[in-house]
Design a protein around this ligand. Structure first.
Ligand code: NDP
Length: 245
């Protein structure tokens, strides 16, 4: 049987890397997208390739529409199909609202929302041709409840939840499920800007008393991509250790 394939944006590091490894371990061919960190992408590529599946890493700045769309062309070229798309790439910026610049605003929306929008736009016709597909958008608990000093980031992540629900309605008749994972505090480089004390505080505020791991999120993503979730669409799955209930 032909292997399924998954496209993971931001697959070089953190949550995207854990997703790439899990899908590869379950037999998927993997296209991992990255932006600047070629060394990390190559490391992940080597780890994924050792699972015995086809894998390619592709540099594309998904904040630019044409580059975002090229990720899907590359996946079609490499594997001939796209069964699962994980819109994971994202950036954060902590600042009080009055300090947010217009260029921060443009960059965060172009990356976090525009990236998911335009990569999906390119993947949808392929999934429609195949008669099935799973799209998983990575939002954040801050998109659900808002975070002080992260108004911009929270807005982009809330937009992804709206996008997920609208896409789910529009694409259900084509056999495409669209869901969202909303992680809590996950131990990745994205949080490297926070000092030990802040991370400890976040851990204490998490009812399950630990930070999440990239693998915690990857397992939820894999579930939503699997046939176990065939009747789930438009859902937001929280992976936050109880931080937001
Ligand atoms: P990391 O900072 O560890 O990794 C970010 C990934 O996104 C990298 O692969 C990076 O590529 C890629 N990326 C960033 N900008 C672009 C761009 N313009 N074009 C293409 N790729 C890009 O982040 P995490 O793994 O922590 O986060 C992954 C997702 O999960 C994000 O959407 C984030 O908002 C979300 N999230 C994370 C949480 C956390 O606590 N960590 C909590 C809630 C949600 P490169 O390596 O080339 O820089």
């Amino acid at each position: 049987m032909e292997r399924k394939s998954v496209v993971i944006t931001g697959g070089s590091r953190g949550i995207g890397r854990a997703c790439a490894l899990l899908f590869a371990q379950r037999g998927y061919n993997v296209l991992l997208g990255y932006n600047k960190n070629k060394a990390a992408a190559e490391q992940t590529l080597a780890a994924v390739s050792s699972c015995g599946v086809k894998c390619a890493a592709f540099c594309a700045d998904i904040s630019k529409k044409d580059e975002a769309r090229r990720l899907i062309s590359k996946a079609m070229f490499e594997f001939g199909r796209v069964d699962v798309l994980v819109n994971n790439a994202g950036i954060a910026r902590a600042a009080i609202m009055t300090d947010v610049t217009e260029s921060d605003f443009t960059e965060l929306f172009a990356t976090n929302v525009g990236g998911a929008f335009f990569v999906s736009q390119a993947a949808i016709p392929e999934m429609i041709n195949q008669g099935s597909g799973k799209i998983i958008n990575i939002s954040s608990m801050w998109g659900q409840v808002g975070a002080s000093c992260e108004t911009l980031y929270s807005s982009t992540k809330a937009a992804l939840i709206g996008l997920t629900k609208a896409m789910a309605k529009e694409l259900a008749p084509s056999g495409i499920n669209v869901n969202c994972v909303a992680p809590g505090v996950i131990d990745t480089e994205m949080n490297a800007c926070y000092d030990e004390e802040t991370m400890e505080d976040l851990r204490e505020k998490t009812p399950l008393s630990r930070l999440g791991t990239p693998e915690d999120v990857a397992r939820a993503v894999y579930f939503l991509a699997s046939d176990q979730a065939d009747f789930i669409t438009g859902e937001v799955l929280a992976v936050n250790g109880g931080f937001v209930i």
